[in-house]
Design a protein around this ligand. Structure first.
Ligand code: SAH
Ligand code: F3S
Length: 455
């Protein structure tokens, strides 16, 4: 009988991709994934350590998993991802019911590690980093697709030195996956019905730079744009310093590249950007954005903001608010600063903005952004959006939801038969988080099918 595998994934899309990889690697050992934790033989937690809160979630989840050791004989509990990379052996010491720890580059080692646990030989820990990208590819193309959207990792790690960020410490230095592997994977996904691809990396803009003869990121995008069957390309994340003229041009010229860019700014104060070691000033950041807007006026923008970075004064915080008013992002993700192990900011600056000040600032940022998002969404009322329907709406049983090309969530009248289809939608309403609309005609989904949308 096949064994059952339960994976819980915390954190970013990169981790979601890695979890798919874990399932793929273990499927070859006859493991079937289950979403019922109490019936699983192997329980894996794929972790995130980017902020303190994320790390705390790991310990509480693992604590609660102890009882599953009593459910079935021989249940194996393992931890992977960024906390595993960061803590290694320490996790085994801290959590006696833990059987194995695998780092961010060690998914391919899992079958061997599980075998070691089963045979009672060891509690293995694997946290080596590899510079050769071969560890990302195990020779098998992904054919198991869940829906019409898929993530594809194109690079791992980061060579930037942002002072607050643990990512380079837990994901290693930049390693780009060979473009022929990426293109083959996407072609295979497209053949199996995938319509939208999200290319993933910590800083995708620097894709290929360190590999002689490799495509640049913009060249890779141009190749992906040619793949038959694909309708949408997205990518994340981009560092502002590496937003090249070539990439800006891609937004203006590639038909399948969606008009949305996530370009984290972190702060609107030059002094804070310097302490963060981000490598650009506010003026340089804005200059890149304006160039992009010039070539692709309809591009939607989103960003990450950190409040309460060490030493952040009221005036520095105000500069961030000013930037938000100036750029008018469609969306932002905002966080309280938390010092992370091994990072420069944790080593050289005291975490001196009190928690209640951080919380107040976060609230102010989020309130301002909600107003901006609402105003921007309202501007779309009366217009038309192409929506790729993802699933049932969370709001009403007679609605489905999906994303526009600009990455807006759109709720529209419809039924489950529309899931996976592209629908033209007339926008009739807006909140800060989403748009509301009506499909152009009840048969929109059917007509797009006739155009050859589905395999
Ligand atoms: N380039 C990466 C960034 C990873 S971290 C990517 O692929 O998204 C995601 C966001 O978390 C950062 O942009 C930053 O806004 C936030 N963040 C990172 N470290 C943080 C810290 N120590 N405290 C608070 N927020 C942090
Ligand atoms: Fe982190 Fe900066 Fe890289 S935020 S992932 S070190 S670009």
């Amino acid at each position: 009988m096949p064994k059952k595998l339960f994976i819980q994934t915390h954190g970013c899309q990169m981790n979601q991709y890695d979890s798919e990889k874990i399932a793929q690697v273990l499927a070859r050992q006859d493991y079937v994934q289950t979403d019922r934790i109490d019936s699983a033989d192997v329980l894996l937690l794929n972790t995130c350590s980017v902020r303190d809160k994320a790390e705390q979630k790991v310990y509480s989840a693992l604590g609660s998993w102890k009882e599953f050791k009593t459910y079935r004989e021989g249940v194996i509990i393992g931890v992977g991802g960024c906390v595993a990379q960061q803590e290694g052996e320490n996790l085994l010491k801290r959590i006696p019911h833990l059987d194995l720890v695998f780092g961010t580059h060690n998914i391919h080692k899992l079958p061997e590690m599980i075998e070691q646990v089963e045979s009672g030989r060891a509690r293995p820990v694997e946290t080596a980093f590899y510079r050769d990208p071969a560890y990302m590819d195990d020779g098998e193309l992904r054919t198991q697709v869940d829906g019409v959207k898929a993530f594809v990792t194109i690079m791992q790690g980061c060579n930037k030195v942002c002072s607050f960020c643990i990512v380079p410490h837990v994901r290693g230095r930049e390693v780009s996956r060979p473009s022929e592997k990426i293109l083959a994977e996407i072609e295979s996904l497209a053949r199996h019905g995938v319509k939208e691809i999200m290319l993933l990396g910590q800083n995708v803009n620097s894709y290929g730079k360190l590999t002689v003869g490799e495509l640049s990121f913009a060249q890779l995008l141009a190749r992906v744009d040619q793949i038959d069957g694909l309708r949408r390309i997205r990518f994340t994340t981009s560092h502002p310093q590496d937003l090249s003229p070539e990439l800006i041009e891609a937004f203006a010229t590639l038909g399948n590249l969606c008009e949305h860019l996530h370009l984290p700014v972190q702060s609107g104060a030059d002094s804070v950007l310097t302490r963060m070691r981000r490598g650009y000033s506010k003026a340089e950041y804005l200059d890149r954005l304006y160039r992009l807007k010039e070539r692709c006026p309809e591009v939607a923008l989103s960003s990450d903001i950190i409040v309460g970075f060490p030493g952040e004064t009221d005036a520095e915080f105000e500069a961030t608010l000013e930037l938000l008013r100036q750029v008018e992002y469609d969306d932002i993700y905002s966080f309280n600063y938390s010092p992370r192990p091994q990072t420069v900011s944790a080593k050289i600056y005291p975490d001196d903005v009190p928690l209640d000040v951080k919380k107040d600032r976060l609230k102010i940022v989020q309130t301002l952004q909600r107003e901006i998002s609402l105003a921007k969404n309202r501007q779309r009322i009366g217009g038309y959006e192409e929506v790729l329907v993802d699933g049932m709406s969370k709001l009403r049983a007679d609605q489905v939801m999906g994303r526009s090309r600009a990455n807006r969530i759109v709720n529209l009248t419809g039924s489950a038969t529309m899931i996976g289809e592209f629908v033209q939608v007339r926008i009739t309403g807006a909140t800060a988080n989403s748009l509301l609309g009506e499909p152009l005609c009840a048969n929109a989904a059917i007509s797009s099918q006739q155009e050859g949308d589905r395999p």
